[in-house]
Design a protein. Structure first.
Length: 161
């Protein structure tokens, strides 16, 4: 299967929400304190529509979404963004699509920010290895309160060469 990476459009809001919710259920993260309870989950086209805020989707050959990733300003910080809502359905894992999403997101982030932060869950072991391959370093404490209090693993990456 090949995937096309493109910027999110308004027509994608519901479908990418379903992708994210399916992944959260898979990892037992369908509860408060995670993206599950994020009030903006179905409003991505409204949220990711300004300089420094963007979301990309991976679309399969039949036009269905199989994953996505966002970059957004990390409120309460100077010059740091957050890698947001990076999820791929099981059928897209191992295809290289996550690498393509990450490369696009980081290239975009470098245009606007000096650092990139993310939060994840301890049981998302493969995701943690993936982030570390891209130079994310684990940090003990949250940088700011993102509202995702159930996310017990945090990373940061310098975007400066």
């Amino acid at each position: 299967m090949t995937y096309r990476i493109r910027e999110l459009e308004a027509k994608d809001n519901l479908e990418i929400e379903k992708v994210i919710r399916a992944c959260l259920i898979e990892f037992g993260a369908n509860h408060e304190g995670t993206a599950w309870a994020d009030p903006n989950l179905g409003r991505f086209s409204e949220i990711y529509n300004s300089a420094g805020n963007q979301y990309w989707v991976a679309e399969d050959e039949s036009g269905h979404l199989a994953g996505g990733v966002g970059i957004g300003k990390l409120e309460g910080t100077e010059n740091i963004c957050e890698l947001q809502k990076m999820y791929c359905l099981p059928e897209a894992r191992g295809t290289g699509v996550a690498h393509r999403l990450m490369e696009i997101a980081l290239a975009y982030a470098k245009q606007y920010y000096a650092g990139c932060y993310l939060e994840t869950l301890e049981n998302m072991v493969a995701a943690q290895r993936f982030y570390e391959k891209y130079g994310f370093e684990r940090v003990c404490e949250p940088i700011v309160n993102t509202g995702h209090f159930a996310c017990d693993v945090r990373y940061i990456k310098s975007l400066k060469e």
